[in-house]
Write a protein that binds this ligand. Structure first.
Ligand SMILES: [Zn+2]
Ligand SMILES: [Zn+2]
Length: 198
């Protein structure tokens, strides 16, 4: 039996140097620099310290992370791709769960992101329900065969009145309710869409 009280043994535990609590050996992370091979602070204290630090230095941390991402863009993309290939199933499950939990928010962000990629002059979060109510759920394109039919809130497409590629904004003001078939016709440029602007 060890007699030195400074050497921890699993059933005796170890006192944390910060909170002074008596903890089990498993509550300490490894640290080869210490004679007992364990950190002097317990995991919980280190975790709390990290949270406090992150709160206090949020903007610096974000800037540093952004700079890192900028420099290591290619490498990060490659790693992300590798991870995705190796963990496809888990990724999909996690993504689906996240999507369900954050349905409205992730849809908005996705659309903002897509709008900017398509050349929108600006993109603001858009409340689809408000647009649908404002337009009374009626297709604004009114191509032959549609004539402005009323749509169910589940099926309508949000159409950019001024196309993003022509400098339109991704905003509630520039979005109109359109039925899928009219929206498709417009995008195929069967009819010059300018005719349908107010
Ligand atoms: Zn502690
Ligand atoms: Zn229509």
């Amino acid at each position: 039996m060890p007699t030195d009280p400074t050497i921890p043994c699993p059933d005796r535990g170890k006192v944390c140097s910060r909170c002074a609590g008596m903890k089990t050996v498993a509550d300490f992370g490894p640290d080869r620099k210490n004679s007992d091979g364990l950190k002097s602070c317990c995991r919980e204290c280190l975790r709390n310290q990290a949270v406090v630090y992150r709160e206090a230095h949020r903007s610096v941390i974000n800037e540093r992370a952004a700079a890192y991402r900028e420099v290591h863009r290619a490498e990060l993309a490659r790693k992300a791709k590798e991870y995705w290939v190796a963990h496809r199933r888990e990724c999909l499950v996690r993504k689906a769960a996240y999507h369900v939990a954050h349905r409205e928010g992730s849809r908005r962000r996705h659309q903002q992101h897509r709008a900017m990629k398509r050349g929108a002059s600006s993109a603001e979060p858009v409340d689809r329900h408000a647009i649908w109510v404002r337009d009374k759920g009626q297709c604004w394109l009114k191509f032959p065969g549609c004539w402005g039919k009323r749509l169910s809130e589940k099926t309508w497409h949000a159409d950019h009145a001024i196309a993003l590629s022509k400098g339109g904004e991704h905003s509630s003001l520039n979005l109109r309710v359109a039925c899928p078939s009219c929206n498709l016709k417009k995008n195929n440029k069967d009819v010059p869409h300018q005719r349908y602007l107010l």
